[in-house]
Design a protein around this ligand. Sequence first.
Ligand SMILES: Cc1cc2nc3c(=O)[nH]c(=O)nc-3n(C[C@H](O)[C@H](O)[C@H](O)COP(=O)(O)O)c2cc1C
Length: 339
Amino acid sequence: MSIPALRLGAVTLPNPVILAPMAGITDAPVRRMAVRHGAGLVISEMLASEALLEGHPEMLLRAEGEGVSFHAVQIAGNDPRLMGEAARVAEAAGAGLIDINMGCPAKRVTTGAAGAALLRDLPLARAIFEEVRGAVSVPVTVKTRLGWDEGSPTAVALAEMAEACGLSMVTIHGRTRCQFYTGRADWSAIRAVKDAVSIPVIANGDVVSLADGPAILAASGADGLMIGRGAQGRPWFPGRVAQVLAGRMVEEDPPLDLQRDILLELYEGWLSLYGTTLGVRQARKHIGWALDAAATGQGNARAAFVERWRKALLVLDEPGRVKAGITAAYDELMWRAAA
Ligand SMILES: Cc1cc2nc3c(=O)[nH]c(=O)nc-3n(C[C@H](O)[C@H](O)[C@H](O)COP(=O)(O)O)c2cc1C
């Protein structure tokens, strides 16, 4: 399978596999690690435009681009003027691409008529596209879902509008807003969007194995793919999918000693980004996911292993003890693998 390079305005991505923005998860340490392991693009967690303009500390942490050479920022909101302003602020702070969130299903976002709610207000979506496009010189992209519900596959109309307004790429999560995260993403439904526009279309939803990479592209006809939950605890995963698309044979996951080193380096990253107290807490879910990924070779013993180490590690507050525990958990797995 040979995949043409993805061109977004003046920007060409090294490969078409993108780490999805996930609020509270794909923070700067994770994004840096994903890029280092070969992701073609990483996007900041969603930033509420108003909060970004107010200089809210959480938004500044989310926008953190240090260590990522090409830094993309996702903005959310429903006021075209404020979103244009927020895009300008992000560009001035070094963003090389602005992504607009029109897919978030969360009630607190959609009741404010932002995120996926914009699928029900195309005139407002157009005003946002025009304002943001006019505010910055870097490429502007949009991430959305198939539609609000099954009866309204609005993604096609939204993508056509995005193209007409000069946006450079559209990403489609193959679910409707009303599905939230239930059921399976419908990869083939993304094809209607691909057929309707000539800007790059990115397919997203439920890519969790290397084989899913070529499969989502074949089913959707998309130009690239985006990976979210499949990369939780596995920041190397998008890069490995990119390798598969380039025709190379790779293992699903790196060796355990490398997985351990990656987790320990991420841990240092969280401590330095958030400070010790918050960093220790922020790291906990990632440690759980990483241990789960590391224990894939354990068959029936996997769940018990993960549970035991989660219980041991996720109650600790002292970083030195957490790091020693991580090392011991991976030592145990390597010892078992060698036995
Ligand atoms: C915890 C969580 C946070 C998310 N945050 C964002 C976000 O900030 N912006 C966004 O566009 N999508 C967000 N998403 C949606 C993902 O980017 C992605 O579209 C979705 O998870 C489907 O892809 P996946 O099956 O590969 O995870 C989030 C998803 C999850 C599970």
